[in-house]
Design a binder for this molecule. Structure first.
Ligand SMILES: Cc1cc2nc3c(=O)[nH]c(=O)nc-3n(C[C@H](O)[C@H](O)[C@H](O)COP(=O)(O)OP(=O)(O)OC[C@H]3O[C@@H](n4cnc5c(N)ncnc54)[C@H](O)[C@@H]3O)c2cc1C
Ligand SMILES: NC(=O)c1ccc[n+]([C@@H]2O[C@H](COP(=O)([O-])OP(=O)(O)OC[C@H]3O[C@@H](n4cnc5c(N)ncnc54)[C@H](O)[C@@H]3O)[C@@H](O)[C@H]2O)c1
Length: 484
């Protein structure tokens, strides 16, 4: 028996991942009412099947390896990783896939939650098939926000649809470590999870149709490749998978390049696309273009289309993975803060039209400074364009590159291997991009992000003195090599 509940809110947010939660938080802080609709767990992919569990699975291996690299500590290491304890730690980190604490937080902020699947039925209107069996007809006074995240893109490989395989959900929520794991895809998810499982005891084969980490500089990817190989991962690059078959004993045979590999599990990590299917977008004139639906948004997250054509005012927004720009939690949350604040500002008549760059309502950094970290060992930390990308963009730039070899890296380990690159805009003499690869470099990244966002002139950056003996001394070496 279903009851129809008609409700009205200032803002309706579809999807209670990290991004949806943040939009709702900002609008409520701005004095508007908000409801979030969630079909699965409050907290979304990052908390339960992505960032958090994958990092929990990687951290024991990187902690052990860091100790193994330094004389004095190496001698103290007499055992191997305890996979069962690592899985238990991962379970703790994901709250055992229970979202009670996140629901408590929602309640404490005054955001209403409706559990169910949301679907847009018209301008400012959302229908929810509630998990409680009820149906909800919701109306938004100001805005509907699509924060539905992304779904794995599964490649068209012969036999794949007939066999059981893991997407990143299967891998991050694994209950045991498979003896043999095959990984299809050499992007961030593929390399991180290949290393995590190799260090936890799996024999891992990674097959990538191009090089590893295609959007990062080759020198950085080469260090990650060496790290994977040192952990015993068999890596096959520039290789297409031809066929996947299930054997009588339940194992899988993967055929590629005329050879085969057997595996107990296959992880398909070949990219993601915005989760926009069955969202009712056709009801507001947004149809799939050539099969896949993507949305175009302005700097405030406003969807380009019927919602911004002036007929029904500004009301439809997309943020986070659903907007398809930077599929990263921190960048999605940044976009969420800007979108939430833009909705409030428009509701209060403080914002008309498109917000100015770098105003609180504009996601300007999405176009200049998106930081990302590949949490392998060695790590890769990058922000802004690589030299290759900047040159493709037609910028007048100089690249400065060097191996990381400073007192801080020697202190880290006598065998430390790292690489760094900065990209200098010659017209403005500021840094446009930076990449660091090596153990422990993730914490170097925010300095680069600040230098880029703040457009700090190189001559002033020269006065930012790195402490001795830290990895940050690489900044000084880079500026010296540039010619300061
Ligand atoms: C293996 C892996 C590791 C990652 N590691 C990192 C990392 O270390 N750092 C990082 O920054 N990023 C990482 N990411 C990316 C990160 O997980 C995403 O960028 C982030 O989760 C996006 O947040 P979101 O809120 O946009 O979407 P999601 O977290 O996917 O949330 C969307 C929510 O919407 C709900 N939903 C969807 N459709 C509907 C509907 N119709 N009605 C109601 N609810 C709906 C879903 O159930 C979901 O809860 C990783 C991704 C993967 C796959
Ligand atoms: N540390 C992090 O921040 C982190 C970790 C994991 C994932 N993520 C995010 O999640 C997103 C998805 O990660 P991902 O690794 O799945 O995507 P990705 O886009 O980084 O990599 C996809 C890989 O799959 C390969 N591929 C695509 N189609 C293929 C095909 N038909 N056959 C064989 N290989 C194919 C690509 O060449 C590429 O190597 C990323 O965009 C990233 O932003 C972030």
């Amino acid at each position: 028996m279903t009851a129809e509940n008609s409700r009205e809110f200032d803002v309706i947010v579809i999807g209670a991942g990290a991004v949806g939660e943040n939009v709702a938080d900002r609008v409520v802080q701005g004095g508007l009412s908000a409801v979030v609709i969630e079909a699965e767990l409050v907290g979304g992919e990052c908390s339960y099947w992505a960032c958090v569990p994958s990092k929990a699975l990687l951290r024991p291996g990187s902690a052990l390896h860091a100790a193994q690299l330094i004389p004095g500590a190496t001698e103290a290491i007499t055992g191997v990783l305890d996979a069962e304890a690592a899985l238990k730690h991962r379970d703790w980190f994901t709250n055992n896939w229970q979202d009670g604490s996140q629901v408590e937080w929602l309640e404490s902020t005054g955001i209403e939650l409706i559990r169910g699947r949301g679907r847009i039925t018209g301008p400012r209107e959302v229908q929810v098939d509630g998990l409680d069996g009820n149906s909800y007809a919701l109306k938004a006074h100001h805005a509907v926000v699509i924060a539905t995240g992304s779904s794995p893109t599964v490649p068209d490989v012969e036999g794949l649809s007939d066999v059981p395989f893991w997407t990143t959900r299967g891998a991050t929520a694994a209950k045991k470590i498979p003896r043999r794991l095959a990984v299809l895809g050499g992007g961030v998810a593929g390399v991180e999870l290949a290393q995590a499982f190799a260090r936890l005891g799996s024999m891992v084969t990674l097959i990538a149709r191009s090089r590893l980490l295609g959007s990062y500089p080759e020198e950085a990817a080469a260090l990650v490749l060496a790290g994977l190989r040192a952990d015993g991962v068999a890596v096959h690059l520039h290789t297409d998978v031809d066929k996947v078959e299930e054997d009588d004993d339940g194992s899988l045979t993967i055929t590629f390049d005329g050879s085969t590999v057997s595996a107990d599990e296959l992880l398909v990590a070949s990219g993601r696309h915005p989760a926009l299917a069955n969202l009712g977008l056709e009801n507001v004139g947004l149809a799939a273009d050539g099969g896949k639906l993507t949305l175009t948004t302005d700097v405030s997250g406003l969807v380009d289309g019927p919602a911004s054509d002036g007929t029904s005012g500004y009301w439809l927004y997309a943020v986070g993975d659903a907007a398809g720009k930077a599929l990263l939690t921190h960048q999605g949350k940044y976009a969420a803060r800007a979108t939430g604040d833009a909705i409030v500002a428009r509701a209060k008549g403080k914002l008309h039209g498109t917000p100015k760059p770098w105003s609180p309502w504009a996601q300007t950094a999405n176009h200049h400074a998106v930081p990302s970290v590949v949490f392998t060992d060695p790590e890769v930390a990058s922000v802004g364009p690589s030299l290759e990308q900047a040159l493709l963009d037609g910028k007048n730039v100089t690249g400065v590159e060097l191996p990381i070899n400073v007192s801080g890296s020697q202190l880290y380990s006598p065998d430390y291997k790292g690489w760094a690159q900065i990209v200098v805009d010659e017209d403005r003499r500021v840094i446009l991009g930076a990449t660091f690869a090596g153990p422990g470099v993730a914490e170097l990244l925010h300095a680069a992000t600040i230098a880029i966002v703040g457009e700090v002139p190189l001559d002033r950056l020269w006065h930012a003195v790195p402490a001795f003996p830290t990895l940050s001394e690489v900044w000084l070496r880079l500026l010296e090599k540039y010619g300061l």
